[in-house]
Design a protein around this ligand. Structure first.
Ligand SMILES: [Zn+2]
Length: 328
């Protein structure tokens, strides 16, 4: 039925009618807040390209995580800045590594908070690549053992979810079997299955101090031109034991979020990355956009595309704004 019999505007006349037919809603239950843990006492280093984001020593990390939880965001994902980097990424699987210590502190102080950890080697490697390097090559199979060690070490520290982000082939299977052998059969794996070699990661590398010392990550992260391959990567990771698959970044890859949701029938996470955050913050600082409206519309767009889980630096603000909206 078409105009004049059918008029779509009829159901847009009031907020009540619009609410009745609203198809998607944002809720802080879907949000995961990324946090950066650093050694030291009383450290709170602002990340220049990400206003509102800090590298935090454990005391401040716990304080901020408490604030996050009070806002209704029930999950955080941890990244670590180690004291020393080497060619074996020892900090990634050191029982006294920064993320292991942060995990123990958070689980002790805030047992209700779900603590996830990124599992990768780049932050702990002197060369900044996500795997073991020989010459100018990033080696796949020897990297798997280190990644599995990192996941097991985080499991021992009490982590609730491990999230491998390295894009080595076979890592989800390697991590799953290592966890199972150590008795961590119930620990979920959220795989960065569909992770693109993106220019939008720039500000994160300031935050995590992990730019590659040579070359780039295009021999392991995906080509932004590819869509079928992104679905295939997700299906492979599911075969290997992933419980959640992920698309990263989010905004330039909304089509992949939709495809993973409709083609895998698994929970899908989307990572609204540092560059996406920095652009919004910069434009808002200049007064060129309405930050609250743009952030909520962005996150709703990611949700509408099919994401169940949204990892975002906007999580605290968005949770606060959603609470204000529901109380008016
Ligand atoms: Zn990495």
């Amino acid at each position: 039925m078409y105009f004049p019999q059918y008029r779509p505007r009829r159901m847009r006349q009031s907020e009540t009618l619009r609410g009745l037919v609203r198809e998607n809603r944002l809720h802080p239950d879907s949000f995961v807040y990324p946090m950066f843990a650093i050694h030291g006492e009383d450290v709170r280093n602002p990340v220049a390209s990400m206003p509102g984001v800090f590298q935090l020593s454990i005391n401040h990390l716990v304080e901020e995580a408490r604030e996050v939880a009070e806002l209704g965001v029930k999950s955080v994902i941890l990244f670590g800045i180690p004291e020393q980097k080497d060619e074996a990424a020892s900090g990634a699987y050191d029982p006294e590594g920064i993320v292991q210590m942060a995990t123990r502190a958070l689980k002790q102080e805030l047992p209700e908070l779900t603590v996830m950890a990124d599992v990768c080697l780049c932050e702990y490697m002197s060369h900044g690549h996500c795997g073991v390097v020989q010459g100018d090559k990033v080696l796949n199979d020897v990297s798997l053992e280190l990644l599995a060690n990192a996941a097991v070490s985080l499991a021992h520290a009490g982590i609730d979810v491990v999230a491998p982000s390295d894009m080595m082939d076979g890592r989800v299977g390697a991590i799953r079997s290592a966890l199972d052998q150590e008795g961590h059969t119930e620990l979920p794996i959220m795989s960065y299955s569909t992770k693109y070699a993106s220019a939008f990661y720039g500000p994160f590398r300031d935050a995590a101090e992990s730019p590659p010392a040579f070359g780039d990550r295009r021999s392991y992260q995906m080509d932004p031109a590819n869509s079928d391959e992104g679905v295939r990567e997700a299906l492979i990771d599911i075969e290997e034991g992933a419980d959640v698959v992920m698309v990263k970044p989010a905004l330039p890859y909304l089509d992949l979020i939709y495809r993973l949701k409709t083609e895998t029938h698994y929970p899908v996470a989307a990572y609204n990355v540092s560059g996406e955050y920095a652009m919004v913050k910069a434009a808002a600082e200049k007064g060129w956009i309405d930050e609250k409206a743009v952030v909520l519309e962005t996150l709703l767009g990611i949700k509408r595309a099919g994401a169940d889980i949204i990892i975002t630096y906007h999580a605290k603000d968005a949770a606060r704004w959603l609470a204000e909206e529901s109380s008016t």
